[in-house]
Design a protein around this ligand. Structure first.
Ligand code: HEM
Length: 451
């Protein structure tokens, strides 16, 4: 079976699960499970003594493994300790001004789009909000990580042109030069985009290190990685700092841009859910409120959170989390014995649609998050951020961004799709949505909710 056909791997795997059953052998050594028990058997805290990350992650890695790629358990714990501290909810909330400043740049773009379409009265013009979410998430994670502006949204162009105006042909030379001074052995990935991305991260890391410290009181992630709470240096090699810088930029941008795009898409195509959300927002946020919604107003709004969680259930941004049975004695997953060397996975796309635990699983229905018959399963088997010792440590960043952006966009603007408009997806390691062109107008708070 060819599983990466047309970059729709999880859709193909799902079709095969439906035809062939809950245990699917997709290669000589690779088995996928659509069984709720497999979630903790493969990814849970207890599973780690027998099942760990697959060698697939080595193929993504350079000379220094970042936290996502690290397969060695003690190395992983060491990295996880300092990164979890950097990404704690309290740190993210302290950085709300960074989110707001970068979101304002995106709103300036949206406002000029609205003004230009009103002036020229051009019908059919569309604002590809997916692209601007992408620029925003790159800007904000770069700013949080290095305390330096990235400038994607302001420039409105891809990273190879914006950062330092340096094109990738200089990349290898610069990295080799750096390698000489630092003992870092750099090998090109062979992909221009990946090289540009690494160079961009290196450029920001070097600027941050040259600058010596963050300018704002909430600090930056690199500062929290460089030294512990008492200010004692962790003495990390430059290669490790670069690897973690790249992973922050990468894991912290595409996934959140996908979640923002998907949530926007589901709300615009489900007017009943949108009306219900607006009612909740209007009740929580003062009528004369101006500008971007403060996190404090929206942090505990249950329906907003359900709209976000439901979009992560329907379209999980990461869809390929393979694991390896490494214990010589093998391991048991959902009642099946598997020998050492077997690659195992649960496809989040499929388990989120498991009919034994969710009602009408293909429907976008935020209300399911309040249904006593489904809520326990949603907590146990809904795994957009994975679960166990390798679960996402950046989820607070993503959720805070989603709460602020989605509430502001839905409360203050009328965004619309064309009738029947669909949202494509292109899967690599991440499931990246395709373009999401929309029309936009400012929205008056007087508009009555119809929920
Ligand atoms: C909606 C947004 C996000 C989703 C859906 C998501 C999802 C995930 C998933 C599924 C994993 C496990 C990957 C695997 O098993 O290979 C993961 C790991 C990770 N994520 Fe996220 N993520 C999101 C946002 C972020 C953000 C904003 C950051 C910040 C830098 C981040 C940093 C990480 C890191 C460092 C790991 C590795 C954890 C470890 O191996 O210990 N993620 N994420």
């Amino acid at each position: 079976m060819k599983i990466n056909a047309q970059e729709k791997r999880s859709y193909r795997v799902h079709e095969q699960h439906q035809t062939l059953g809950d245990v699917l052998r997709v290669g000589p050594n690779t088995v996928y499970f659509n069984d709720p028990r497999a979630v903790s058997d493969i990814y849970g805290h207890k599973a780690i003594s027998k099942i760990g990350k697959d060698t697939f992650y080595d193929r993504l890695a350079g000379d220094f493994h970042d936290i996502v790629q690290e397969r060695d358990r003690s190395e992983h714990s060491r990295k996880r300790k300092y990164l979890s501290n950097a990404f704690a909810l309290a740190t993210v909330v302290d950085m709300e001004p960074v989110i707001r400043a970068n979101f304002q740049n995106m709103l300036d773009r949206l406002e000029s789009f609205i003004d230009s379409t009103a002036k020229e009265k051009t019908e059919g013009d569309r604002f590809n909000i997916r692209q601007w979410f992408n620029f925003f998430t790159l800007d904000v994670i770069g700013d949080m990580a290095f305390g330096l502006p990235m400038g994607f949204t302001k420039a409105g162009v891809r990273y190879s042109i914006t950062v330092g105006q340096i094109t990738s042909f200089r990349l290898n030379g610069i990295l080799k030069q750096l390698a000489k001074c630092s003992g870092l052995i750099y090998s090109s990935t062979g992909s221009k985009d990946a090289d540009d991305f690494e160079y961009m991260s290196l450029h920001q890391l070097r600027n941050r290190l040259d600058k010596g410290g963050p300018e704002r009181s909430s600090g930056d992630f690199i500062g929290k990685i460089l030294s512990d709470k008492d200010g004692k240096s962790r003495s990390l090699p430059l290669g490790e700092m670069l690897a973690e810088s790249v992973v922050m930029m990468n894991a912290g941008s595409d996934t959140t841009a996908a979640a923002l795009t998907n949530t926007t898409y589901y709300l615009l195509s489900n007017p009943r859910c949108l009306a219900k959300l607006r009612k909740e927002l209007q009740e929580a946020i003062p009528a004369d409120h101006q500008g971007i919604v403060e996190y404090n107003y929206v942090r505990s709004l249950p329906y907003l959170r359900a709209c976000i969680d439901e979009s992560l259930r329907m379209r999980p941004p990461i869809t390929y989390p393979p694991r390896l049975v490494y214990a010589p004695e093998g391991a048991t997953v959902a009642g099946h014995f598997l020998k050492q060397g077997t690659v195992v996975a649960v496809s989040p796309y499929t388990i989120h649609r498991n009919e034994t635990v969710y009602k009408d699983p293909d429907t976008y229905d935020p209300d399911r998050w309040f249904d006593p018959d489904q809520v326990a399963a949603l907590k146990a088997y809904n795994i957009p951020f994975s679960t166990g010792s390798r679960a996402c440590i950046g989820r607070h960043i993503a959720i805070v961004e989603l709460q602020i952006l989605i509430s502001t966009l839905m409360l203050k603007y009328d965004l619309a799709l064309e009738p029947g408009q669909e949202l494509d997806v292109f899967e690599r390691f991440n499931a990246n949505p395709g373009p999401l062109p929309i029309t936009a107008q400012r929205r008056s708070r007087d508009v009555e909710s119809t929920a």
